[in-house]
Design a protein around this ligand. Structure first.
Ligand code: NAD
Length: 473
């Protein structure tokens, strides 16, 4: 899929920037498409179109926005196969998971905002004041590759609902789905200028968007280091910045848990999307008394988690998104071995089953200690690290021993597990395998970011609040 134009002001236009970004299929290592490299002229063009469109879109009838969001959801459903195949080709996600999570979740999220608008309270009174919620303005979205469409829709849908206009810069690893989304938004009749797409390099396009004086808000999802750069670039214009960043989330099995069920579930919780998930539960914290039993389950299950062609319906672990990502994950595996952690599954090198592609072996380490790099840093691949504890206090201390605080898990009898979850310094916690909820706020504590996406909290991020005072009679 070769795309040579940017979507600005409701039409496909030639870019001012030069060159192209090639998209590589991480399974076959073949080039499967390309997108243009936008520059500052393209951004200025897109921002001015978004600014012009803001006046009317911000005042648009709520019914129009509901219709767009419902039509978007319907179109995503109709195009599920094309979108899922595209994302599997770009990212390497197993195809079944692509259909369900990469396309299915955005479809449900779009619909959820349409539904939310039906009953949303835009105004309320406090004594002599009328409190009014208004769209914040022109937004910039900078998104990563790992759940590419989901992360885009997590911003685009609430922004449309709020009455904002926007400029999106997708990741360079997986930009093709964003071009398909632009086609969809065009076809369903989103007014020109409400949504604009400028592809390009993060260090250029991302930084220019973040510092742009005519952008009111930047919503960023990606690594903590790039999030810091975005905040710095945005600071001089005092725009609102929301950040969805990295994670190193803990999964704690309490000693009264259904240990077998918890241990089995720990694998999927870590390895979903081949371990390239910001909220993956990558640190497994287990009671010393159950160590042998849990490690036995984990190692035998990980060895059954065979990597392979993501287009094969039975594959559960695809490749890493790029050679760079593959090398990074492999270097963490080497570091775990060098630092003395015990390898209980997987290890260095390519999986035996694969002769090409950016694959790594699904891996698990036990005897991991808090000083080790594999305990502290986000690996972003299928690598589970395990440590033991003696007391519940120690388990909590280990769980909170991270610069991140995005997600978490806890297993135990219900009330005890909920109490434990409340003490975890993290934005969401799954208790006894509790499922992801698209209407619940998603976001991080500590260096996992600020702000929330999804649900009503995700909509509030795109709103300004005005107090209109009336004279007291
Ligand atoms: P990344 O930070 O390399 O890139 C993310 C986006 O930022 C890309 O579009 C990139 O081009 C852009 N970018 C890079 N440098 C920039 C700069 N200096 N200024 C502005 N933009 C810049 O991250 P990635 O490798 O694409 O994604 C993986 C990371 O994203 C992981 O750390 C993961 O945990 C995180 N992530 C977080 C969430 C969440 O919701 N918290 C969700 C998904 C991914």
């Amino acid at each position: 899929m070769r795309r040579e134009e940017l979507y600005i002001g409701g039409e496909w236009v030639r870019p001012h920037g030069e060159g192209e970004i090639q998209v590589i299929n991480p399974t076959t290592e073949e080039i499967i498409g390309s997108v243009p490299v936008g520059n500052s002229d393209d951004i200025n063009h897109a921002v001015s179109k978004a600014r012009s469109a803001f006046e009317s879109w911000s005042m648009s009838p709520i019914e129009d926005r509901i219709k767009i969001l419902n039509d978007l959801s319907t179109a995503l459903k109709e195009l599920t196969e094309e979108l899922a195949q595209t994302i599997t080709a770009e990212v390497g996600t197993p195809i079944g998971y692509s259909r369900m999570a990469m396309v299915g979740t955005p479809r449900v999220v779009s619909r959820s905002y349409a539904k939310m608008l039906e009953g949303f309270e835009w105004e309320h009174e406090i004594r002599n004041s009328l409190i009014v919620k208004e769209p914040i303005g022109v937004c910039a979205f900078i998104t990563p590759w790992n759940f590419p469409l989901h992360q885009i829709i997590g911003k685009v849908a609430p922004a449309i609902a709020a009455g904002c206009t926007m400029v999106l810069k997708p990741s360079k690893e997986a930009p093709l789905n964003a071009f398909l989304l632009a086609d969809i938004l065009h076809d369903i009749g989103l007014p020109p200028g409400v949504f604009n797409l400028v592809s390009g390099h993060g260090s250029e396009v991302g930084e220019i968007l973040s510092s742009h004086p005519d952008i009111d808000m930047v919503s960023f999802t990606g690594s903590t280091s790039a999030g810091v750069r975005v905040s710095q670039a945005a600071a001089s214009t005092v725009k609102r910045v929301t950040l969805e960043l990295g994670g190193k989330s803990a999964n704690v099995i309490l000693d009264d848990a259904d240990v077998i069920r918890a241990a089995k579930s720990a694998i999927g919780a870590c390895y979903q999307n081949s371990g390239q998930t910001c909220s993956a539960l990558t640190r497994l914290i287990i009671p010393k008394d159950h160590e042998d039993e849990i490690i036995e389950i984990v190692s035998s299950r990980v060895n059954g988690y065979t990597p392979g062609d993501p287009l094969n319906e039975n594959t559960r672990c695809g490749p890493m998104v790029s050679e760079k990502q593959q090398q990074s994950v492999l270097s963490y595996i080497t570091s775990g071995i060098d630092e003395g952690a015990k390898l209980i599954a997987g290890g260095e090198g390519m999986p035996e089953e694969c002769d090409k592609g950016f694959f790594v072996r699904p891996t698990a380490f036990s005897n991991v200690t808090p000083e080790m790099k594999i305990w502290k840093e986000e690996i972003f691949g299928p690598v589970l690290v395990i440590t033991t504890y003696d007391t519940e206090e120690e388990a909590l201390e280990l769980a909170n021993d991270s610069i991140y605080g995005l997600s978490g898990g806890v297993w135990g009898t219900n009330e005890r597990a909920i109490q434990f979850a409340k003490k975890m310094r993290t934005g969401q916690v799954s208790v006894n395998g509790g499922q992801f909820n698209v209407s619940a706020p998603f976001g991080g504590y500590k260096q996992s970011g600020n702000g929330r996406e999804l649900g009503i909290d995700g909509l509030q991020e795109f709103l300004e609040i005005k107090a209109i005072q009336r004279p007291i009679e």
